[in-house]
Ligand binder design. Structure first.
Ligand code: CP
Ligand code: NVA
Length: 300
């Protein structure tokens, strides 16, 4: 059975911790290894990307492999060829699929019908590569994650869902604020809380940020929700992470954002450019964590 990374839960508790350690090691070129020598990753992207595409392309090269980039516009994916056929065809040519798409069910279908590893490069339901990279970014600064309080201020979107999953394996406290009607996946929350995750929910962003060591936000309208932009701008009033909101956080608190950001909406330019901002360390860690994820997918 191929090893798929469709969500953080696929790693298991030990696997998730090992991944952090390994990604940290792999920051040093001496630890890269050539596990993808002679192997090809197909990158299927149904949504735009800068960081995920380029960091995966680089990660595969660093591990000795090559990539093919595919979009619906230039392939039969855009002409309704069934995914289950695409999965079986691509499995005959290549060694893994890295997929950015809409519904999580598309990732599940590719994994079910293909015979090579499938890696989730963002769906409407989750962004596990990003959040594992973000946990690495915190871990490097605060190795004892049990002392860490994380705030999430914004939409109950793919990023929020993956943070909830991460809180099952990593012992930080997660204080999350959403406007009413924009809460994250209920079943996922139930799973995480039952599994012992320390998650607290509120509709007051200030309460979530109070005393936090890491303050996270993301766009109010994700890819695919562009038509809801105006409605969401109204719903998320009071959710902009500005200097005043950051002042409620712990002394020396850091600001995090997966990027791309809409400056002036969910975060101010001032916070993005402040010394508290660690957004480019997060972006860099995508490369390291994804190298470790690829290695995990190709390990027994
Ligand atoms: N954070 C992130 O996934 O960025 P891209 O959309 O540029 O890949
Ligand atoms: N929530 C955002 C994340 C982009 C990296 C989106 O899905 O568009």
């Amino acid at each position: 059975m191929p090893r798929h990374f469709t969500r953080i839960r696929d790693l298991g508790y030990e696997g998730a911790w090992k991944l952090l350690q390994r990604a940290k090691e792999m920051k040093d070129t001496a630890h890269w290894g050539k596990i993808m020598e002679g192997k090809t990753a197909i990158l299927i992207f149904e949504k735009a990307s800068t960081r995920t595409r380029v960091s995966f392309e680089m990660a595969v090269r660093h591990l000795g492999g090559s990539t093919i980039f595919m979009t619906p516009a230039e392939s039969q994916l855009g002409r309704s060829e069934p995914l289950r056929d695409t999965a079986r065809v691509l499995s005959r040519y290549a060694d893994c699929m890295v997929v950015r798409t809409f519904g999580q069910s598309k990732i599940t279908e590719l994994a079910e019908y293909g015979s090579i590893p499938v890696i989730n490069a963002l769906t409407d339901e989750g962004h596990p590569c990003q959040v594992m990279g973000d946990v690495l970014t915190m871990y490097e600064r605060t190795p004892d994650l049990s002392t860490v309080r994380v705030a999430w201020v914004g939409d109950g979107n793919n990023m929020a869902n993956s943070w909830i999953e991460a809180a099952v394996y990593f012992p930080f406290e997660l204080f999350m604020a959403f406007p009413e009607g924009y809460e994250p996946d209920r079943d996922l929350l139930g799973y995480a809380l039952n599994a012992g995750a320390k998650i607290f929910l509120t509709h007051d962003p200030r309460m979530a940020v109070d005393g936090a060591h890491y303050v996270n936000t993301d766009v109010w309208a994700s890819m695919g929700q562009e038509e809801e932009q105006k409605k969401r701008e109204a719903a998320f009033k009071g959710y902009c992470v500005d200097t005043e909101m950051m002042a409620l956080a712990a002394p020396d608190a850091k600001f995090m954002h997966c990027l791309p950001a809409h400056r002036g909406e969910e975060v101010t330019d001032e916070v993005m450019e402040s010394p508290a901002s660690i957004i480019f360390d997060q972006a860099e860690n995508r490369l390291h964590i994804q190298k470790a994820i690829l290695e995990w997918a190709f390990s027994e």
